[in-house]
Design a protein around this ligand. Structure first.
Ligand SMILES: *Cc1c(COP(=O)(O)O)cnc(C)c1O
Length: 372
């Protein structure tokens, strides 16, 4: 699905040198590379505060802790996403409220969010799924009207742009009150282990979060709040710092590969290719290239592709509201008609910055010979 070796080759010398420097200086924890990466990412995202942490799941959890959400507060998020999003809500004893998604962009459905808001609702967590930005203007409007926080799960969309109604643009993850991301190796900006970060333009929130990631300490050995230990280590920061200048290029290459796939597949009556909803190509950074199949035995296609040495993925095969850990008697099946349908139809093809036309053509040929 990804080609991390191929992506490493052209930057090998620089990456190796910077890792060696960390080892030579033994500044393994909170070394200058961590601070340097933080500043570089703040500049790239045009956001006031980046707080690095250990992974994308921690980033979401810490964002919610930073906002002071309390047990029983309701947090609305999408039914069709990776489980980390709902996991941290449940872990903090907040009440997850899963809602359906939009069939066109797979992102949280605005009408469903509206219906789910109650006096207990405190936050909405849009996930920019597969690399495409959710409808943030509509969510921010709703949030303002009902006095809610918007927490962006930007683990799949780093580098994407959102064009606001007024024509201005923001990087995803910096639009709501707080955003989170993951630097898991296969993400669009991945390190060589685990990593994550939290973004905000709110000075007070940034201060709170900097304490939370460090055992609730604002002054050495004074623990003012219950915190966690969640750090990006210096070696990972060094890798990310070397890779960040290439992120736009990586995303452009993903987008070019996506266009190629679409060119070959969009006219097939049994295939729905991904849409770029906003019409702005930078609004989608194709963390995944995900098709909807209609009238095709999806699981047999997966086997056919695997038999031809083509990896593929089903993200996600089970809606969160049907997972044992998150099922709840409050949910009605008829409220999840889109997710219930998507889990049967979706297939994600290999997608990464090293994918070439020959590989794409081979993959497309193998798909078409199966579904025709
Ligand atoms: C990858 C991912 C996460 C979690 O990131 P980790 O670094 O693996 O903890 C959270 N949300 C979404 C949508 C993701 O894709």
């Amino acid at each position: 699905m990804v080609d991390l070796k191929g992506q490493y080759e052209p930057i090998k010398e620089q990456v190796n040198r910077t890792i060696q420097e960390v080892i030579d200086t033994t500044a393994f924890i909170n070394g200058p590379e961590v601070h340097g990466f933080q500043k570089d990412l703040e500049d790239y995202l045009n956001v006031k505060h980046v707080i690095p942490c250990a992974n994308g799941t921690d980033a979401l959890q810490i964002a919610m802790m930073g906002l002071g959400l309390k047990p029983g507060d309701e947090v609305i998020t999408a039914d069709f996403t990776f489980a980390a999003t709902v996991e941290v809500i449940a872990l903090l004893q907040l009440t997850p409220v899963l809602v359906d998604v939009d069939p066109v962009d797979f992102n949280i459905d605005i009408e469903a969010v509206k219906k789910a808001i109650t006096p207990k609702t405190k936050a909405i967590v849009p996930v920019h799924l597969f690399g495409q930005v959710a409808n943030m203007d509509a969510l921010l409007e709703l949030a303002e009207e009902h006095n809610l926080f918007v927490i962006e799960d930007n683990a799949q969309a780093i580098g994407a742009d959102y064009k606001h109604k007024d024509g201005s643009t923001s990087k995803t993850g910096t639009i709501g009150h707080v955003g989170s991301t993951s630097f898991f190796p296969s993400k669009n900006l991945g390190c060589y282990g685990d990593g994550g970060a939290i973004f905000t333009n709110d000075d007070a929130l940034a201060h709170t979060i900097r304490g939370i990631v460090n055992h609730g300490m604002y002054e050495r050995y004074h623990h003012d709040v219950v915190g966690v230990n969640s750090r990006l280590d210096s070696i990972q920061a060094a890798v990310l710092r070397a890779k960040l200048p290439h992120l736009d290029n990586y995303n452009a290459r993903r987008r070019a590969a996506a266009l190629k796939y679409t060119e070959h597949l969009e006219d097939h009556p049994k295939v729905i290719t991904p849409n770029i909803v906003s019409g702005d190509p930078n609004a989608h950074v194709f963390h995944q290239y995900t098709l909807r199949l209609q009238g095709v035995d999806r699981d047999a296609l997966v086997k056919h592709l695997n038999a031809n040495d083509i990896p593929c993925g089903v993200y996600y095969p089970i809606p969160l509201h049907k997972q044992k850990a998150y099922a709840d008697a409050r949910y009605n099946e008829e409220d999840f008609s889109i997710t219930n349908q998507l889990v049967k139809e979706v297939i994600s093809l290999p997608m990464h910055s090293e994918l070439d036309n020959e590989q794409i053509e081979y993959i497309v040929t193998k798909i078409l010979e199966f579904i025709d």
